[in-house]
Design a protein. Structure first.
Length: 202
């Protein structure tokens, strides 16, 4: 009885046909290897592109939210006194404020700029410096000045709220307004760089 065996077919093929079949198999394996290497290289390229994209996004984030707003110098004048201010005009910088700072120079402050006039609320979470805050109308007039106490980490933070809708707020060292004779109703004059960049009118 004849027993079927695949090798019998292989042996029964003419030598030329066996040679062609072997060459086709080798060619197929070679093509598969090339394809696998290509896929592996593409994976490596994709990982590199992904890492580069993440790095680029991080750089843009730092520039837009940190470096760009703090790299220029801005000034304002009120009641004859000039103050150099940092600008907090995006959610990150407004939330950060003066948190963690050990000190604030005498004639320095932070000007908070909001998208629109609303009742503003401030608190002193993780803020070590006693501050005064002036709430400022869009026309530059001070509507209200409050004193704010440092965070004592007692679990309850007092809220410092504007008594009317405002778009701007100015934080300085506590007592600075009194020393300069500045009161509610005084008008703040912003430098041209502040007016132009942040669309603040005199």
């Amino acid at each position: 009885m004849f027993k079927f065996q695949p090798e019998n077919i292989e042996k029964s093929l003419p030598l030329g046909r066996r040679k062609i079949k072997g060459e086709k198999s080798a060619g197929f394996i070679f093509a598969v290897n090339i394809l696998l290497r290509y896929i592996e290289n593409m994976r490596g390229l994709f990982k590199k592109l992904l890492a580069f994209s993440c790095f680029l996004i991080l750089i843009l984030f730092v520039y837009y939210f940190v470096e760009r707003p703090t790299s220029e110098r801005y000034f304002l004048t009120v009641n004859g006194s000039t103050l150099e201010v940092e600008i907090a005009d995006n959610p990150y910088l407004r939330q950060q404020g003066l948190m963690g700072r050990q000190q604030l120079s005498e004639n320095r402050g932070v000007l908070f700029i909001f998208p629109m006039e609303v009742i503003q609320k401030f608190w002193m979470k993780n803020t070590l410096i006693p501050l005064s805050i002036a709430f400022i109308r869009n026309d530059g007039h001070i509507s209200q000045i409050l004193k704010m106490q440092p965070d004592r980490w007692k679990g309850i933070l007092p809220e410092y709220r504007s008594n009317e809708k405002v778009r701007l707020a100015l934080e300085v060292n506590q007592g600075w307004f009194e020393k300069q004779g500045i009161q509610a109703g005084h008008k703040i004059h912003f430098s041209h760089s502040v007016q132009k960049r942040f669309s603040i009118s005199e």
